[in-house]
Design a protein around this ligand. Structure first.
Ligand code: C5P
Length: 224
């Protein structure tokens, strides 16, 4: 069967990664969480006090960063590594969520990440989720999905996810973070978050995961 690229973009916390992971597992495809890559870069910048306004420092830092995904059989998922260290849990914390959009707006960072993502998906057979996959990383993706959901629903889902990781965060703080990130992500100059013209719109406000997965698999069925 023909292997394709499935691009899943959309607003923060509307279920992109949960859906993408399930679709990838169903199809035997690789799943690539591009948000995790921007989060790992943010962690490096914060740990190494890289100035967000100094292009030289940014380029030097990017040369020293290796972001990779390695499969962890214990939890049956890919985890993110920054320069050989597992940072899967660290990058999901609120202090990273609060800074990541300021880092992912930087042109040097975007160019480096997009090039790496294109390399990762060059053999196709991937489900990639993010903000600019269908518009900038793989404009030729065979299936493009643009996900959205009501912001209060997204905030509650995110709070629940954090709780499962034993992080207790106030609902308003989460909602403000989502709204701020969405605004920065969709108004930046370089590859902003927007729906590609040929992307299917998927509003998950009143959907369960199974329905989201079905929606995507149904679109895939017409392409392979
Ligand atoms: O998907 P997640 O919420 O983990 O993404 C974190 C942040 O990374 C986003 O808010 C956005 O600023 C950035 N991002 C991006 N382009 C992508 C994926 C994520 O700019 N393709």
């Amino acid at each position: 069967m023909k292997k394709i690229v499935i691009a899943i973009d959309g607003y923060s916390s509307c279920g992109k990664s949960t859906t993408a992971k399930r679709v990838a597992a169903e199809l035997g495809y690789a799943y690539i969480d591009t948000g995790a890559m921007y989060r790992a870069v943010t962690l490096y910048f914060l740990q190494n006090h890289v100035s967000f306004t100094n292009p030289k420092e940014i380029s030097k830092a990017l040369d020293s960063i290796d972001v990779a995904f390695n499969y962890n059989p214990k939890v049956k998922r890919n985890e993110v590594y920054l320069n050989g260290l597992n940072v899967e849990d660290e990058i999901r914390k609120m202090y990273i969520s609060n800074q990541v959009s300021e880092v992912s707006v930087l042109v040097e960072v975007r160019r480096a990440m997009v090039a790496q993502q294109q390399k990762m998906g060059r053999k196709r057979g991937v489900v990639m989720d993010g903000r600019d996959i269908g518009t900038a990383v793989f404009p030729d993706a065979e299936v493009k999905i643009f996900m959205t959901a009501d912001v209060d629903t997204r905030a509650k889902r995110r709070q629940q996810e954090l709780l499962e990781k034993k992080q207790l965060v106030n609902l308003n703080e989460i909602k403000e973070n989502l709204e701020k990130r969405d605004l920065i992500d969709s108004t930046r100059a370089e590859s902003p978050l927007r729906r590609a013209e040929d992307a299917y719109l998927l509003d998950t406000s009143y959907m369960i995961i199974d329905e989201q997965v079905e929606f995507v698999l149904d679109k895939v069925a017409s392409k392979v």
